[in-house]
Design a protein around this ligand. Sequence first.
Ligand code: FE2
Ligand code: FE2
Length: 318
Amino acid sequence: MTQPLTPAETPQQHAAFEARILRGEKIEPGDWMPAEYRRQLIRMISQHAHSEVVGMLPEGEWITRAPTLRRKTILIAKVQDEAGHGQYLYHAAETLGISREEMLGALLSGKAKYSSIFNYPTMNWADVGMIGWLVDGAAIKNQTMLAGCSYGPYSRAMVRICSEETFHHKQGKEMIVAYAQGTPEQRAMAQDALDRWWWPALMMLGPHDADSPNSGALTKWGIKLKTNDEVRQEFINEHAPELLEAGLTIPDPDLHQDESGNWKHGPINWDEFWAVVNGQRGLNKERLGARQAAHEDGAWVREALDAYTARQLGQAAD
Ligand SMILES: [Fe+2]
Ligand SMILES: [Fe+2]
């Protein structure tokens, strides 16, 4: 696939850039890069940052309702980690020349997208465990791939994020396995959570390769090292047998293991995926409303920081 050159870009520059990618070199903020590479990275990294921040909302709702102190402490730590992931990623995107204000403005106005998965409601306590096991589990598959991506700041942010996500995944699995082997009520709660989160977790890894318009350029430039379907296959191969071993039923009558050992899923309802992404279904309005309210409530902090900076500068001038 040939990329369009912007007027200031030459084929020689593109060839030299692509040779660097092929040699496995990391591209750093001051380096020359095609405008389209920069644009795609800003789009991906800012969407990823927004997903971390909006992702705090569905689980955060359960902090006051955690059943034990241990579960509450773990959940608080997890939600706080997600805020930190948002910070790393906004910083990584800023190295490409976009400001924090522009990115937040795009999120709050509804112009920017974030992961469709966070528009689903959390209906029972086991959702917290199921999100850790499946949603963080799917995110890790994607993020482990991105840790090897060609843009230095993004790949380094991913290495740090993945080590924390691994803990999110473990606590979720531990919780669900305990409930799956617990009282009939706990088992029913875990199964209900799986029934609602299985398909959204498969969908959050993105459309099939044939319907993924950005995939070609992203692969050529070493931003994505695997296709959506490859990452989805890795996710199912790991999680399907573990969920079955826990005694749960996966809500897909077509799910089976083929001769090569891969677990194959039935047809995915992509109409639902796009309706959730575009806010026609799910809690998009509520999630954005919560972020907008948080932004307005935080106005006094931004004003105080500005006043403090102005005073420091004034003192330095004196
Ligand atoms: Fe995260
Ligand atoms: Fe996480």
